[in-house]
Structure formats: C-alpha cells, structure tokens
Design a binder for this molecule. Structure first.
Ligand code: MN
Length: 497
C-alpha cells in the first residue's frame, strides 16, 4: 500500500490532536488515514484537488473542537462506503462497531433524492432521527457541510443555492439548538453570500468599515484590561477580541432600523479566567476602571441561558470613549459556548453515544417521537410542533420552588403545567404568573414564576386547549386524554367493547 504521509493536512491533524489530547493513541488514526487515502485514490473533488483532502478537512474541524478520537476517525472515513468500493463491514472489521456505526449514520444522512418541499421534509426528518440515535453523527455532518461550503464556488449556481439554503434552513438552526454557536455562525456566514448575494455585499462592506474603525481601539482596550486585571490580582488565561458573525450581525442591523451604530456588540472583549470566583472578581475590576452602561449587566453564570450558555456580560465605556461589550467566562464555559453539546465529548475519550441530562430532555423526547416518524404523513402532521420545539428560541421559567423549566418562546401556562406532570396539566384550571392571576393562554416570558392552580375534580383537559398550546408534549397528552375519553364514552353507549 502506497502511503502518502507527506500530506500537510494530515500533519496538521496529528498536531491538533496532540495539542488537545497529548496521550491520544495515534495508531488507529494513521490506519484510518491509510485506509481512506487508499479507498479514495484517484478520485478528485470538483475543485480538482485529491478527494482525501475533504475527509481530512472534516476531521480537522472536529479535532479543533477538541472532540475525541472515535469521532475524528469516523470523519476521516465518512465518505468511504458511499463513494468507494470499500464497504461498511470492512470498516467495522478494521475500526470496530462504534466507528462503523457513526460512518453508517452519515451515509444514511447523505442519500436524499427528493426535490423542493419533499426534500426539505426528508432532510429534516433524517437530521432528527440521527440526532436522536447518535448525536455524534450530526457533529460530523456539520464539519462535512462546513468544508463543502468552503469549496462551493466550483459547483453550478443551482447547486450552490440549494446547498446554501439547506444550510440556513436546516443545519444552522439545529446547530443553534444544540448550543453550537461557533458552528452555527460559520455555517450561516458561509451560506449567506450564496442565498442573499446583494444583502451580503451590503452588510459586508458596512461591517468591514465599522470594524476597521474599532480595531485599533480594541487592541488598546485589551492591553489595558490585561494590565488592570493583573494589577488587581486576577490572572486571565486569555483575553481576545471576538468579532460578531456577519449573518447574525446583518439580522441585528435590520432590527435596529439598518443603523449599525445602534449595535454594541460588533466586537467584544472576551476574558477567559481560571474559575467562577475569578469571573466575578474580573467583573468587579472591569467596572472599577470602565463605567458600565445601565441595564446591560447579565449574569448567565447564576442563570444560564436555556441552551446552557454561561458567561458574565457587561457593556462599558472604555477609556477611549468606545462602548464595548465584555464577556467573562472560564475555559470550560468557553468550550461550551462555542461548541455546545459537543463539548461533552471533549474531555472524555469513551465513545459514548448520548448524554442524558436535563439540558437534553427535549432530545429524549425527540427520540420517543422519532419512532413514530417512519410514516411520512404522520411526520408532516407533527412537523410544525416539532419545528417549534426544536427551532424556536427557548425561554426559561420557574416553578414556585425555583425549579427551571425550559420551553419554546410563546409557550403558555398549559405547556408549563404539562412540562411538570401530565396530571397537573390535566387538572389545571388557572395560573398565577408573578403573583398575578393570568389566563391560560398568556404567553410566558423568561424569568416568570408560575404557579398552576389545579382542581382534582376537574375531568380533564378541554379540546380548545389544542389551539393554545405550543409544545408537542402538551398537545400529545391532551390528545391522548381526549382519545381515552372518547373510547370510554363509545364503550358506555355500547359501540366499543
Ligand atoms: Mn463528505
């Protein structure tokens, strides 16, 4: 077997893995590279470069996210069964069941033949199914898509548009829901110019101009912050400027009447410190030297965002008179903010398939529904509520005891009641939100404290609630109750045994 170990991408991959996981066993990685290189030999990408560069780029993206070896290896092998004469069972023989099952998952995601709306639905359905069965497959798919977007210019305009649109409509919202902010931002920025070329060039020049103006002061501010943090006893691990992604900035500019001067977080100063105490200490020091803007201090450490995001935010006037957002966090919070759920696979070498935790409750729910998704008609019926559950922004609200419940935006007290327990939902008669009696169709807001009034004599939910509720969970439980009631009633009048 002729081995091309001279490939610079492969060297880069090994270097990146060693940096994050010094003890990683590189033998299997090398075997995977040889295997894929041999299988793809002679194949070229549309750009004319050797095909093997594509899986290597995909693997490199995941290695930069610090993800563990089985995921990186599966990425190197991800196009082998689909595009070469080597089979999935050969992969299993050489690399084991776990890696082979990930590669099989990616192959399944790849085959979508439909067009238009059908294609959209099928795509969404497949993404949901793989999310529920092995979320690691979705990480590899994101990395695969990122490289495909970077090399999109060589494809026909029709294909460019389709792939970019699919990225904005399906991949980016899912990345967002998984808390993978950096991946979501990259996907959107790469797709933006193909889907909305005019808007892209407008936004790009506007942003570039504003960024160039701020850049010099930013560097000064970073140095200053570094100086006074150290002087007052907090040693930052890193301080850097972060630039807001173009697509999300573009959307924000539209919200602010197309006035970029009203957007304060085009660039931000990001401070990474050792532990949580240092986060608060750093915030105090920042405020001692730079005056904060009123109402813009946010403590997402004490109260994380529903997607798990943790950080301290403040907006300050720096000594150069600029208004700058400062974000303070630990390294672990930083990994989590950039890569969301994927950061669970950073510190752990084991090939675990799914993480079960409160933050992933909705994914377990998805796993339950996906069993009923085999039939396309049912999927279509459930699609709207699924999309609301998965894609809508989340709010977090509280029980009177202080437990946090995570719901989609615009959810109602009935959704809240069913999220706690189906009995509470079924017997719910009213709601008290922040000490005020409110109707059951009120839209809840983040931070609301909700007390559900129940009546144990209440027969059950009203069919009208189906028009009000926003979550699939509530809808399903109301339907289930109404169906049993119907069959009992049919039983009573003798139509059903
Ligand atoms: Mn690929």
């Amino acid at each position: 077997m002729q081995i091309n170990l001279q490939n610079n991408l492969y060297k880069d991959l090994v270097y990146t893995i060693k940096k994050h996981h010094p003890k990683a066993d590189l033998d299997l990685l090398e075997l995977a590279y040889e295997f894929a290189d041999d299988a793809h030999r002679g194949q070229l990408r549309a750009s004319g470069e050797p095909y093997i560069n594509h899986p290597l780029h995909t693997a490199l993206t995941l290695a930069k996210m610090k993800l563990n070896m089985p995921i990186v290896i599966a990425a190197i092998l991800h196009d082998v069964p689909e595009d070469t004469s080597r089979t999935l069972s050969e992969i299993e023989d050489n690399f084991g069941e776990d890696i082979a099952s990930m590669v099989g998952g990616i192959t399944k995601l790849g085959k979508i033949k439909y067009r238009g709306m059908e294609r959209y639905i099928e795509n969404l359905r497949k993404m949901f199914i793989s999310m529920a069965s092995d979320i690691r497959v979705v990480f590899i798919k994101f990395a695969d898509r990122l490289h495909n977007l970077k090399t999109l210019n060589v494809l026909s305009p029709k294909k460019q548009y389709r792939i970019a649109l699919e990225t904005l409509e399906i991949y980016a919202p899912i990345a967002n829901r998984l808390g993978m902010g950096e991946i979501k931002g990259q996907l959107e920025d790469l797709a933006f110019k193909y889907v909305y070329p005019k808007e892209f060039s407008w936004a790009y020049s506007l942003i570039q101009e504003s960024y160039n103006k701020k850049k010099i002061n930013l560097e000064k501010s970073i140095n200053e912050a570094n100086g006074f943090l150290k002087k007052d006893g907090v040693n930052p691990i890193a301080i850097h400027g972060r630039r807001k992604h173009i697509y999300s900035l573009y959307k924000k500019i539209l919200e602010k009447d197309r006035n970029i001067d009203k957007v304060y977080d085009i660039i931000a100063v990001r401070i990474i410190v050792k532990n949580i105490s240092d986060c608060y200490a750093a915030l105090g020091i920042i405020h001692k030297y730079w005056k904060p803007l009123k109402g813009r201090i946010k403590d997402y450490i004490a109260q994380p965002k529903p997607n798990g995001y943790r950080s301290l935010h403040t907006t300050v006037f720096t000594n150069s008179g600029d208004i700058v957002e400062v974000q303070i966090r630990t390294e672990e919070m930083h990994d989590k903010a950039e890569f969301g759920i994927a950061s669970h696979w950073v510190y752990d070498e084991a090939g675990k398939k799914s993480v079960i935790g409160k933050e992933l409750y909705w994914m377990q729910e998805l796993a339950k529904v996906q069993k009923n998704l085999d039939n396309k008609k049912e999927f279509l019926e459930g699609l709207e509520s699924l999309k609301i559950d998965v894609f809508k922004s989340r709010i977090f609200v509280f029980t009177p005891k202080g437990d946090v419940i995570d719901l989609p935006e615009d959810a109602t007290p009935i959704d809240f009641a069913y999220a706690i327990h189906s009995d509470i939902g079924d017997k719910c008669t009213g709601s008290v939100i922040n000490d005020q009696i409110q109707s059951l169709n009120t839209s809840l807001k983040s931070g609301d404290v909700i007390h559900i009034i129940t009546n144990k004599d209440r027969r059950g939910p009203s069919g009208d609630w189906l028009k009000i509720v926003k979550t699939r969970n509530a809808r399903q439980k109301i339907r289930a109750y109404l169906n049993t009631k119907k069959s009992n009633w049919l039983g009573k009048i003798g139509l059903k045994k």
